[in-house]
Design a protein around this ligand. Sequence first.
Ligand code: PLP
Length: 286
Amino acid sequence: GVAYLNGEFVPIAEAKISVLDWGFLHSDATYDVVHVWKRRVFRLDAHLDRFWRSAEKLHLTMPVERGKLAEILAECVVRSGLEDAYVEMILTRGISPTFSRDPRDAENQLICFSIPFVWVLPPEKHGTGLSVAVSEVQRIPPESVDPTVKNYHWLDFVTGLYDAYDRGAGSVILQDRSGNLAEGPGFNVFVVKDGTIATPDRGVLEGITRRSAIQIAAKMNIPMEERPVSSTELFAADEAFATSTAGGIIPITQANGAPVGSGHPGPITCTLAKAYWDKHSDPDWS
Ligand code: PLP
């Protein structure tokens, strides 16, 4: 992999930040991830829009123009020699030269890197699907932080993952305060019942893949509801799936040790997943 840091491209192993960086000390940073398939970035504009929106909401200043960032990302991919890549862009508060506690003193820093593609669930396991536990751990981005800002607050996910592993599951879905489904570590959640799809619409990141799934379903005239979804609905669903830049549309086939629907990837999930991958060669979606 290759990283861009302090205005230079370096091998990923040499990309280091200071322990005094607010991103490290206070999770005071935002980030976004794009996936690159056959050297083409998928849905770059949607990711850049979200990255800029997140930065603005956090009062972070982007040190480069949008076109320049696109060039840096492309250069990271070329220099890393990867055909398929997971490319992350980070904007961190940076370091305050006076060690003050005033975030306005810090110099915001852009960091990008390109590494081999990372999957929520490796493709050879898509036939089996993802086994999840619905955890009692709540997804509570701190009250004052907008959950639609892509953030590094992952302590709840990490606690939830240990809970899920203890229960023999492969990943976790956290709930919100009202006991409705929120999201998983790096993915949004969908359930399908009687041909209608539903996905949580509150307290979750506005996933780009979530939006892609919603758009594809609309094109195919599959009914889709964005609304609170309870864990009971997941347990009673005909099918369920997760969406993430890290792997697209991923079947969820087990929840809390019991099969979801047939226990195999469902027909609507498979139709959407195929259409999603087909979009990779559709120039309108680049
Ligand atoms: N929810 C969280 C908390 C995430 O971190 C992510 C992505 O990493 C997602 C959902 C999925 O978003 P996207 O489809 O944009 O990758």
